[in-house]
Design a protein around this ligand. Structure first.
Ligand SMILES: C[S@@+](CC[C@H](N)C(=O)[O-])C[C@H]1O[C@@H](n2cnc3c(N)ncnc32)[C@H](O)[C@@H]1O
Length: 249
């Protein structure tokens, strides 16, 4: 019997066509507690990682920006202030639970006029060619089934000269840090997930999916293969997180 293609969902192998549904379950489940868990898990450091992403975006008033896998809208909120009333920010995510939390949160903070929530899949972006000055994907690429397809889709929708920024967990640069981080991820994280979000499995998936994600050099090569130029990355917190940048030629 011919077997279908499989891919990884954390450490499990699942049929390719099942992965998106499994990822969707994770984010439906964590949406309501997502922000509080982010602060708790990272000790608030995710705010610094995101601040650096904004700095490197070079965003300016009047620009058009896509924050794909934007979730609860941390980057979107910051971009909204920068691009101002003449600019536009699309908060896009495949998951309606995350988008709903994001939209409500932005409204509560009085951020609305230039932000448009859109349900969209990073692999098949429903936007014309050459639309965006900047595309960001923060802690999202890891969850996408076909990352090459998503990178090419982002390239297509960027304007020539536009930038892609990929903020994602990556590979710690020292063995000692890797050991400590493994203990933290596989022992503490699921317990925190259970206590705060009543969901140990989703936070176990988080730890596993991080280990399955391409390391710094591999992702840089993938971006070059997709057609980006001037690709570079910056390690943060010892490489636990890396910010990759690429330009559409
Ligand atoms: C860890 S959250 C990151 C949210 C936000 N960017 C942040 O940094 O806080 C990952 C997000 O990726 C979204 N996602 C997963 N697969 C996706 C896909 N194929 N296309 C678009 N979004 C996707 C999930 O729904 C989820 O909201």
């Amino acid at each position: 019997m011919k077997e279908g293609k499989t891919t990884h969902f954390g450490y499990q192998q699942v049929p390719v066509e099942e992965k998106a549904g499994r990822v969707a379950e994770v984010f439906h489940s964590v949406a309501a507690r997502y922000d509080v868990m982010n602060d708790l898990m990272s000790g608030g450091i995710h705010r610094l990682w995101k601040r650096f992403t904004i700095e490197l975006s070079g965003a300016r008033p009047g620009q058009t920006i896509l924050d794909i896998a934007g979730g609860t809208g941390d980057l979107t909120a910051r971009f909204s202030r920068i691009v101002g009333p003449e600019g536009t920010v699309l908060l896009a995510d495949i998951n309606e639970s995350m988008l709903k939390v994001g939209r409500d949160r932005l409204l509560d903070r009085g951020i609305a006029g230039n932000v448009f929530p859109v349900q969209a899949d990073a692999q098949y972006l429903p936007f014309p060619d050459d639309t965006f000055d900047c595309v960001t994907i923060a802690f999202g690429l890891r969850n996408v089934t076909d990352k090459d397809l998503a990178l090419r889709s982002m390239l297509r929708t960027l304007k020539p000269g536009g930038r892609l920024l990929v903020l994602e967990f990556s590979k710690p640069q020292s063995k000692l840090l890797e050991k400590v981080y493994d203990q933290y991820s596989f022992r503490l994280l699921p317990v925190m997930g259970k206590l705060v979000a009543n969901d140990a499995d989703s936070y176990r998936y988080l730890a596993e999916s991080i280990r399955m994600h391409p390391d710094q050099e591999t992702l840089k090569q993938m971006m070059e293969d997709a057609g980006f130029v001037d690709c570079e990355y910056h390690n943060m917190t010892g490489g636990i997180v890396a910010l990759h940048k690429g330009i559409k030629p």
